[in-house]
Write a protein that binds this ligand. Structure first.
Ligand code: CA
Length: 233
């Protein structure tokens, strides 16, 4: 599971593509680009990104039309779209949002404004993707480099343990059954025995509790596991 949000930039002006690509990558996003609406459409059929930054006027298929198509499909109905356009008129703005864009920026726009809007849109729609570094009590999880620290010490986790912790930390205090953890961390179409969850929770615990201190993970009898809320205090 890749925690770098994937941004698809759909734009036909080379200079703007370069600028956006540079800035999104600098902020830790993975960038895909498309030069016209049709290319973008094909691209999305293959991989659904986490966000689309979409120019209004594009060759072949316009931004508006592409947005409309995305909204018509179940798989892409909730895909966040930020529209970019040279048109600044109120009527266009409303039309853009009517088509289903989540936000709308008029060219020339400031990059810091675009980045802020991007974070806001992602936070609203996919809260788990928005922050790169999550702190929980003594624990610090850095998603960009898959590193975990407890206080000053590095905690070495395998990929599954990392995903487990990352999932729990998104919902502190909430109790997850083994089945829910399997779905969230392993994927619902993978067949894994529920006991496997216990094994990985055990490993996660061991790694987190190498030093003295409180165990951040709570076992809830016959229910499952949760991240102990009192650990954050
Ligand atoms: Ca254009």
């Amino acid at each position: 599971m890749n925690h770098n949000p994937v941004v698809l930039i759909v734009e036909d002006e080379e200079a703007i593509i370069t600028l956006l690509e540079y800035n999104y990558e600098k902020e830790g996003y993975t960038v895909i680009t498309a030069r016209d609406g049709e290319e973008a459409w094909l691209c999305i059929q293959e991989t659904i990104p986490d966000l689309v930054v979409l120019d209004w006027v594009l060759p072949k298929l316009s931004g508006i039309e592409l947005c409309r198509r995305l909204r018509d499909r179940t798989k892409t109905r909730n895909l966040p779209v930020i529209m970019l356009t040279a048109r600044g008129e109120e009527a266009d703005r409303i039309r853009g949002l009517d088509t289903g864009a989540d936000d709308y920026l008029t060219k020339p726009f400031s990059l810091s404004e675009l980045m802020a809007r991007t974070r806001a849109v992602l936070r609203r729609i996919r809260p788990a993707l928005a922050e790169e570094v999550v702190t929980y009590g003594e624990l610090v999880i850095d998603r960009s480099c898959h590193r975990v620290k407890r206080g000053e010490l590095d905690v070495h986790l395998g990929p599954t343990e990392f995903r487990l912790l990352d999932h729990l930390i998104q919902h502190p205090g909430r109790v997850f059954s083994r089945e829910q953890l399997l779905d969230a961390v392993w994927g619902s179409d993978v067949y894994v025995e529920e006991r496997t969850v216990d094994v990985h929770i055990g490993r996660l615990r061991k790694a987190l509790n190498k030093t003295q201190g409180k165990d951040p993970i709570r076992t809830v009898r016959s229910a499952g596991y949760s991240l102990d809320e009192s650990f954050a205090r």
